[in-house]
Ligand binder design. Structure first.
Ligand SMILES: Nc1ncnc2c1ncn2[C@@H]1O[C@H](COP(=O)(O)OP(=O)(O)OP(=O)(O)O)[C@@H](O)[C@H]1O
Ligand SMILES: O=C(O)c1ccc[n+]([C@@H]2O[C@H](COP(=O)([O-])O)[C@@H](O)[C@H]2O)c1
Length: 205
């Protein structure tokens, strides 16, 4: 089996994430894609972090229509920072005969050499990268070449980038700016119902 892992903070999950996973589903022919919300992202300060349960539930809603997607709470149940090498070692134990693919946006590929034990990650898993912006497209080609020279398998999935981040969405919510066009309808409803992120204004839904 070909198994993809899509890790993230998903605070909240947005249409950029959905666009990424849909493009991977269309082009990479994976048998299963595991969405893995992290407990503590290793390399960033997680601001206004919604609870693990809420981030998990929003992922369940957002990715419900993509076939072969499973939402995993494994990282959320571990102690400490969510280092991907630990997750991949665990998945390799569960799926010893299957091929793993770690799915990421271009910002993650471009900083990949800063990841904890990144060389081991390259030995455990291929990387699938999706550009977050048009500008990133050339940069990821260069980075992919470098990582391939180190023995990595890097697959670039082409997509029309959907430029948005969870940070921007949280900021819009705080400033009462309507950001519902960046979110799945059911995620908007969840944010409203649970009154997450001092949600401010979300129009018409
Ligand atoms: N718009 C996007 N297009 C493609 N991939 C994305 C996009 N936004 C995030 N990703 C990727 O999804 C994964 C999880 O990202 P994450 O949940 O941290 O979202 P984020 O928008 O970058 O969040 P934040 O702004 O809080 O840092 C990462 O691999 C990231 O590169
Ligand atoms: O293992 C690492 O050192 C590492 C460094 C940065 C990011 N990651 C993983 O990459 C995924 C996306 O990270 P983030 O910060 O965008 O949520 C998430 O699964 C993180 O655990 C992992």
């Amino acid at each position: 089996m070909k198994i993809g892992v899509f890790g993230g903070t998903f605070n909240p999950v947005h249409l950029g994430h959905l666009n990424c996973l849909k493009s991977v589903a269309e082009q990479a022919s994976l048998d299963k894609m595991i969405v893995m919300p992290d407990r503590i992202p290793p390399h960033k300060q997680a601001e206004d972090l919604a609870s693990s349960e809420d981030r998990l539930n929003m992922c369940r809603l957002a990715f419900a229509d993509i076939p072969c997607v499973e939402i995993s709470d494994w990282e959320l149940k571990q102690e400490g920072k969510s280092y991907s090498v630990i997750t991949l070692r665990h998945l390799k134990e569960i799926y010893p005969h299957d091929k793993l693919f770690f799915i990421m946006g271009s910002d993650m590929l471009l900083s990949f050499e800063e990841w904890y034990q990144y060389k081991e990650i390259l030995s455990l898993s291929a990387l699938i990268c999706v550009a977050r912006s048009h500008e990133d497209i050339d940069h990821i080609e260069v980075k992919a070449k470098q990582l391939k020279a180190e023995g990595g398998e890097i697959i670039i999935v082409k997509t029309d980038p959907f430029e948005v981040s969870s940070t921007e969405i949280r900021q819009m919510l705080k400033k009462n700016v309507d950001c519902s066009c960046y979110l799945s309808e059911n995620v908007v409803q969840y944010i409203v119902d649970k009154n997450l992120y001092n949600r401010g204004f979300l129009s018409g839904r």
